[in-house]
Structure formats: C-alpha cells, structure tokens
Design a protein around this ligand. Structure first.
Ligand code: NAD
Length: 297
C-alpha cells in the first residue's frame, strides 16, 4: 500500500493526512473547499514544527512529509492510483453515501475504501458500493497525531483480508488498532456518549453543578478532563447527533439525549467551536470559566 487518498481536510482529515505523510505514504488530500485545504497544509506544517521542537521529528522528515502531500478539490484527479481511501468528510449520511458511490466508481478494484465516521453504519455505507467486502471503518481519535487508538470497524460484509490489511497498516502508523463489529456507536462512542449524557442529566436534575461534576470525574476516576468539558471539546452538536444514532440504532430509551443538551444545541451553544457550552472559551485563554447560565449566583 503506497498511495493514500484522504477525503475531507478538516479537524480529522488533516491529522490523518499528516500521520500517513510522516510515515512515508504518498497522500492526496481532497476537499471541496480550497480554504480548508490551505488551512490543513498550514496546520500540518505547524504541527511538524511543534514535533521538531519536542525532538520527535527532524527538519528533513518534515520536508519529506510535506513533499508526500498533494491537495485536490476533485477526487477524479487522483483516484486512479489509490490503494486506500480514507473518508473524513462531514458527518452526514447522505454525503457519505454519495462520496462512497463516487469513490467506488473512480478508484481501482483493489483499493480499500475506509471511513472515519464516528457513528454512521459501515454496513450501510458499504451497501452503496460494488465492493462491500473492501469497505471498513478506520476511526481515528482526535487529535489524530497524538492519540494511539484506531477503532477498526468490520461492516457486515468486510472480509478478513481487508480487516488484516487495515490492522497491519495502523501498526505501521505506530497506532494501536482495535477490531470491533458494526453496531450503532461502535465501542468508543457507545460507552463514552452515555457517560457524557448522564453527566448532563446529573446537571439538569440539579444533583451538582458543572465544575462539581467535572471535578468528581477528574479526581475520582482519573479522567484527564471532566465529561462536560469533554462534551464542549467534542462539540455539543456532535454529541447530540451520536446520541440520536445510538437511540435510533439500538432502540433503547436509555440513550435518549438529555433535554438540556437538545436545548443548548438549539440555542447554538456548541462548546469550544461556538465559544460557549458548559464553559466559555476566549481565544488565547486556557482558563476554564463557567458559562453565565451555570455560574454560581
Ligand atoms: P470538519 O467539519 O472539521 O471537516 C470536514 C471537512 O469535510 C470540511 O473541510 C469540508 O469542507 C469537507 N467536505 C464536506 N463535503 C465534502 C465533499 N463532498 N468532498 C470533500 N470534502 C468535503 O469535520 P471533522 O471533525 O474533521 O469530522 C470528519 C469526520 O470524522 C466525521 O465523519 C466525524 O464524525 C469523524 N470524527 C470526528 C472526530 C472529532 O473529534 N471531530 C473524531 C473522530 C471521528
């Protein structure tokens, strides 16, 4: 495997492209937005500089990684020689189905088609292609260059050869792959999201405040950040979307999103990306400040 296509140059796509490029794969990074591509290249260069400062990368390795990367606004310009395509475009079912149909038509028959989706069924994505045995989930964690885990999701039709190839490839990227089956939320989000939802319900029912809940989970369970801060970091809209997938996919009321989460998303309080969720976020400041609504009167 040598030629990798990464579709989507956002938060996850640029990290995935960086990791492949540093490990000497030829990477074609594809996005409909030239602005996203430009920003991704700047982010990758800045991340490499940070690694150089920490002695985990040399200037020569940075130059090689950047030389391994080419950007495109159209998949048809680079699909012909792909060995693996990793899709990391916006989390939207209709968009992913359309992208996989297109990728199936443009990529050579041996090419494996992987998705970095957080929650959408791999079996459903695979079903729109003529190669469902070569479709698999490759779920990297954020931030990709730092986090070791890759959740490898076997769709209903994914074959052993494809799974083994992606497990081996993840090891080559110095990641730790874990194989799981394709059911709503896979493993990571099936366990993480109910915990975040329960933290929000605990707040909603007035059992404790935001900082009390986060402190209990940080100091009591040795979590690096509390569940409410983590929800802000992931994006409250993303948490709500994943909880809805769990609720609908597993048909169990225990996954119903907390009404407070629904209200906050409706009000545009999405966490770090909108500047406010359970906490307020100011550019350049790492200090945690409770959002007015949750601050003690
Ligand atoms: P993002 O919004 O940061 O980036 C998405 C990118 O996809 C944008 O640059 C957008 O221009 C591009 N895009 C949209 N339509 C496209 C198309 N038709 N062709 C090419 N590019 C297109 O999103 P993200 O947070 O990087 O998430 C990407 C995927 O990764 C999603 O499936 C998400 O569920 C998954 N994921 C996200 C996280 C996270 O913490 N953000 C973690 C794990 C997995």
């Amino acid at each position: 495997m040598q030629n990798i296509i990464v579709i989507g140059a956002g938060t996850m796509g640029n990290g995935i492209a960086q990791v492949f490029a540093i490990h000497n794969f030829k990477v074609s990074l594809v996005d409909i937005s030239q602005q996203s591509l430009d920003k991704a290249m700047q982010t990758i260069a800045a991340n490499c500089d940070r690694m150089i400062a920490k002695n985990s990368l040399t200037a020569e390795q940075k130059a090689n990684a950047l030389a391994n990367l080419t950007t495109y606004t159209n998949l048809s310009e680079c699909a012909g020689s792909a060995d693996l395509l990793v899709e990391a475009a916006t989390e939207n079912v209709a968009l992913k189905l359309q992208l996989f149909q297109q990728a199936d038509q443009l990529c050579p028959p041996h090419c494996i088609l992987a998705s970095n989706t957080s929650s959408i069924s791999i079996t459903k994505i695979a079903a729109v292609t003529a190669r469902p045995h070569k479709v698999i989930g490759m779920h990297f964690m954020n931030p990709v260059p730092v986090m070791k885990l890759v959740e490898i999701i076997r769709g209903y039709a994914t074959d052993d050869e494809t799974t083994q190839a992606i497990m081996n490839l993840s090891l080559q990227l110095q990641k730790s792959p874990v194989e799981v089956n394709d059911y709503a939320g896979f493993v990571a989000n099936r366990i993480l999201m109910p915990m975040i939802n329960e933290a929000i319900i605990t707040l909603y029912e007035g059992v404790a405040g935001v900082s009390e809940i986060d402190t209990v989970m940080k100091l009591g369970m040795a979590h690096p950040m509390g569940p409410l801060q983590l929800a802000d970091f992931i994006g409250l809209d993303v948490c709500l979307a994943i909880l809805n997938v769990l609720y609908e996919g597993l048909g169990n009321p225990k996954y119903a999103p907390c009404p407070l989460l629904v209200n906050m998303v409706t009000a545009g309080k999405l966490g770090v990306k909108s500047g406010e969720g359970f906490y307020k976020y100011q550019k350049g400041s790492k200090e945690l400040v409770l959002a007015d609504r949750f601050a003690k009167k």
